[in-house]
Every structure is written in structure tokens, then in C-alpha cells.
Design a protein around this ligand. Structure first.
Ligand code: MG
Length: 243
């Protein structure tokens, strides 16, 4: 080791010693942070929107063809109008906290597996949180309610029966991309289903795929989509906080 290196190292260790010495003498106030005060938010009562949320009522959604919201709208409830295709928010989003309530209709026993109360919430258009009647209905586990479709099975099944309102609270972190579709960090999701943790900060493998394995493609902010899968699934009390 050269003399210069020794001098530099000695100087560095002196700084560390001084800093540590100071640390030992610190008073409680020394570790208190008084700047960067969090913005005050008024929480909503009974899962209603906090004061800083964007409320996604029926007027905030449009048809995938660009027209007005084609789903059935009544008393603050939006219901899939089968055959009118998905709807999506007019606004685009990146990282969000999303609250959404949904209800599976009463269905005949002949509807089974994926053909029973199927819909879905797609964050940034591509990443589906499955909605399905999973109270007693069997399907592949990575396709049941609360799954990140064909990627992550929910930790538990917190589903309520058809006709009861259920909720998802979703914390979504958008993927970050570099050049040529390279992924700097994948999309992540944490989900509470009816207040129960079912997905814990999982890293998505790419966009939701029905067939084959997912592959990321670079994108920026995008709308939230709700899926028309031919069943009259209803939605209400949808709000989002941009993070
Ligand atoms: Mg679906």
C-alpha cells in the first residue's frame, strides 16, 4: 500500500471515529426529522375515497372503441354489459393505490370454472387481477379470484359468496424500462382482498397472457381496464391515489 493510500485511509477512519463519537453523544432530538412533513389527507369513512383520491365514477370510464361508457350504470354501480367489451379509464396512471368493490351475480350451476363470474381489473392495461366466483367454484389456482392471472396464486382464498360486495385494495408499482424493452424493475403488486393480504409485493413476469409465457414491452402511463368476460359482474366505489 502506498503512503498516499495509507494517509487517505487514516483520514477516512478518523472521520468515521469522529462521526461515531458524535453519534454516541447524540440527544434524542438528533434523530428527529422535522422537515419533509407529510401532506395531510382526510381518510374516507367506510372505504370511501380519501381527500387526495381520484374518484373513478362511471363518467371516468370509456369504451375500448373510444365511445361513452357502454356498461349498465345505476345508482353508482357499473355492471358489465356483455358483448360491449372492456372499459377503461379516460385518464392514464402509473404507480397507484386502487380501491375497487365488485360483486358476482347469482348464476346457474351450469356456469363453471373460468366461465363463472369472470371479469378482471387490469392495472396499466396489461396486468390482470382476476375477478371470478371462487367461493366454491373450482378452476386452476393461478386463475382464481385474486390471482395475478397465470402468474401468482393468491396466498389465501378470501372470497365471499355471489351477490355480496367484495373489495380489492391494490398497491401497484409500474415497471421501469430501459432501452429496447429492457426491464430495469418489474411491475409489482400487493393486494388485500376483503381486507386480507393475498398478494405480497410480487414481481410480475410481464403482461397477463392467456396462452404462453409473458414478455414485457416498454410502456409509459396507461389506463386501468375492467374486463367484459360475458358475465354481469358489478363494480362500485372505485378510487385511486396516484403514488
Ligand atoms: Mg378475467
Amino acid at each position: 500500500m502506498g503512503k498516499l493510500a495509507i494517509i487517505i485511509l487514516s483520514f477516512a477512519s478518523l472521520i468515521v471515529t469522529l462521526a461515531y463519537g458524535q453519534e454516541a453523544n447524540k440527544v434524542p432530538e438528533a434523530t428527529e426529522i422535522w422537515n419533509a412533513e407529510p401532506i395531510k389527507v382526510t381518510p374516507g369513512a367506510n372505504n370511501s375515497a380519501p381527500s387526495d383520491a381520484v374518484i373513478l365514477d362511471a363518467s371516468m370510464w370509456q369504451s375500448v372503441d373510444g365511445g361513452a361508457n357502454p356498461w349498465q350504470i345505476e345508482n353508482g354501480v357499473m355492471t358489465v354489459n356483455p358483448g360491449t367489451k372492456d372499459i377503461h379509464t379516460i385518464k392514464s396512471f402509473g404507480n397507484v393505490q386502487l380501491h375497487i368493490e365488485w360483486r358476482i351475480p347469482m348464476l346457474d350451476d351450469k356456469f363453471k370454472d373460468q366461465d363463472r363470474g369472470n371479469s378482471g381489473v387490469f392495472l396499466q392495461q396489461f396486468y390482470e387481477v382476476q375477478i371470478l366466483d371462487s367461493y366454491t367454484n373450482k378452476t386452476y389456482n393461478n386463475g382464481q379470484a385474486g390471482s395475478l392471472y397465470k402468474q401468482y396464486i393468491p396466498l389465501v382464498n378470501a372470497t365471499k359468496p355471489a351477490m355480496q360486495w367484495q373489495s380489492y385494495d391494490i398497491i401497484y408499482t409500474a415497471p421501469l424500462f430501459g432501452k429496447n424493452d429492457s426491464v430495469i424493475s418489474p411491475a409489482r403488486m400487493t393486494i388485500l382482498h376483503n381486507g386480507v393480504l393475498i398478494q405480497n409485493n410480487v414481481a410480475l413476469l410481464g403482461p397477463t397472457e392467456y396462452i404462453g409465457s409473458p414478455h414485457y414491452k416498454k410502456h409509459g402511463d396507461l389506463p386501468i381496464f375492467l374486463q367484459d368476460h360475458n358475465h354481469k359482474v358489478s363494480y362500485r366505489n372505485i378510487w385511486v391515489r396516484e403514488l
